[in-house]
Design a protein around this ligand. Structure first.
Ligand code: NIG
Ligand code: FE
Length: 406
């Protein structure tokens, strides 16, 4: 008899594995876990015999099992609110003008510096809980609202604390190169400081899993981003970028040059950039919430990404300025309505491809050996997740083989 910890039966399973039926679906399926991993999965008729007295059996009565959702791009640790800028934008001011006038990222920097770690943690806890209630089992959190050593450390420590408080897997990203802090008037000197002091220090403290940069006219140039990436590379850290969001500078090609994890936003990405990403295996992270909230009109080159088979991930970009939208299923809906992804592509974007954007191989699909992270959903088909919003079909969330209290 096979030794399982738990078995889910009478399930429909969206494995999200490549080259199978749509959604990698298995009808009348079963899934078994052992030691936090998927030990068996397939048609229920083939489920090996197991000792029912020592195994927890969950009869899900035809519900869908989906891989745990992954939000691979968030800024969810921050202080303050930018509702006032929202009002200003509605009266005609634009995002870049507000940033130049000292608002934007800098106003959140001020609020985040002033907040205690405890205050930041409380605010972030509510956001993490909301995402878990939607089925999220893994997420990324960026720094970047400190822009000084103490506050960047405070943000990353809060992110690490969250991963101790909740079963959700959390990846930290150092985004010190998010904006020029008020203490510096020379972006090159700030990059020097990041490379020589801030990044090595935080890395040594075990707080950094990856390095990000805002490569943009109102952020940092390609040359400056490159210097930061060289420093990350020397420390053995993977890189990614906010790139081609407001203009086409070539940040995505730079990420590809460093075999980076992902280029994110990419509304202005051109064919050469897509080709470079395809060659390097860099993931395209689409952020429809920011596109929507900034009322952008330039669409990301989805057709080219398909043509060159660049994996597309979808994320919330949860942040106070451009995407105050703590809702990953809503991003699926927006990725379909605004960017014309199919519901299946959108779901791949928050599962298999999002795992890849975080450099994780054993997550994001349901298969033997993968981490046992999945959600159980009362819905007729997986497309429902992208389709209907506001009614939560999630009935159970499992992380590392264990049912999570929501
Ligand atoms: O992902 N592009 C830069 N960073 C954020 C915006 C941050 C902010 O405005 O606070 C983004 O859109
Ligand atoms: Fe972002």
């Amino acid at each position: 008899m096979t030794d399982f910890d738990a078995v889910w039966i009478n399930a429909r399973i969206a494995t999200m594995q490549a080259d199978q039926a749509p959604y990698g679906a298995i009808e009348q399926g079963a899934l078994a876990t052992k030691d936090g991993r998927i030990a068996w999965l397939g048609p229920q008729a083939e489920l090996p015999a197991f000792d029912a007295t020592r195994t927890q059996v969950h009869d899900v009565q035809g519900q869908w099992l989906l891989p745990g959702l992954i939000d691979c791009h968030t800024h969810l640790v921050y202080g303050g609110s930018r509702a006032n800028e929202f009002e200003m934008r509605l009266q005609g001011a634009d995002y870049q003008a507000i940033a130049k006038a000292g608002g934007g990222i800098r106003s959140t920097v001020k609020a985040t510096r002033e907040a205690s770690a405890e205050e930041l943690l409380e605010l972030a806890k509510a956001r993490v809980r909301a995402l878990m209630q939607q089925g999220v089992t893994r997420l990324e959190i960026k720094s970047g609202y400190g822009l000084d050593l103490a506050t960047e450390r405070k943000m990353l420590q809060v992110a690490r604390q969250l991963s101790e408080l909740y079963p959700v897997h959390i990846h930290t990203t150092f985004l010190g190169a998010h904006a020029l802090p008020p203490e510096f008037d020379d972006a090159d000197a700030y990059i020097d400081y990041l490379c020589q002091t801030m990044l090595p220090t935080l890395h040594q403290e075990g707080l950094v899993d990856a390095v990000d940069v805002f490569c943009e006219g109102i952020g940092f140039s390609v040359a400056q981003s490159k210097r930061l990436f060289q420093c990350a590379q020397q420390l053995g850290l993977p890189v990614k970028a906010h790139a081609e969001q407001l203009s086409n500078l070539g940040g995505s090609a730079l990420v590809a040059e460093f075999a980076g994890l992902s280029a994110d936003h990419i509304e202005f990405l051109d064919e050469a950039g897509v080709q470079a990403m395809a060659k390097a295996g860099t993931v395209a992270v689409l952020l429809p919430g920011a596109y929507y909230f900034l009322k952008e009109t330039q669409l990301p080159p989805v057709e080219l990404l398909r043509q060159y088979q660049v994996p597309m991930a979808v994320a919330t970009d949860l942040n106070p300025g451009t995407s105050p939208l703590c809702n990953l299923p809503l991003m699926l809906n927006m990725a379909c309505t605004f960017f014309a992804l199919t519901p299946e592509e959108a779901l791949l974007g928050v599962t298999r491809h999002a795992a890849r954007a975080l450099g994780v191989a054993d997550s994001g699909t349901l298969a033997v050996g993968q981490q046992a992270d999945f959600g159980c959903y009362a819905m007729a088909q997986p497309a429902e997740l992208a389709y209907q919003q506001g009614v939560n079909p999630l009935t159970q969330l499992v992380i590392a083989g264990r049912a999570v209290q929501l």
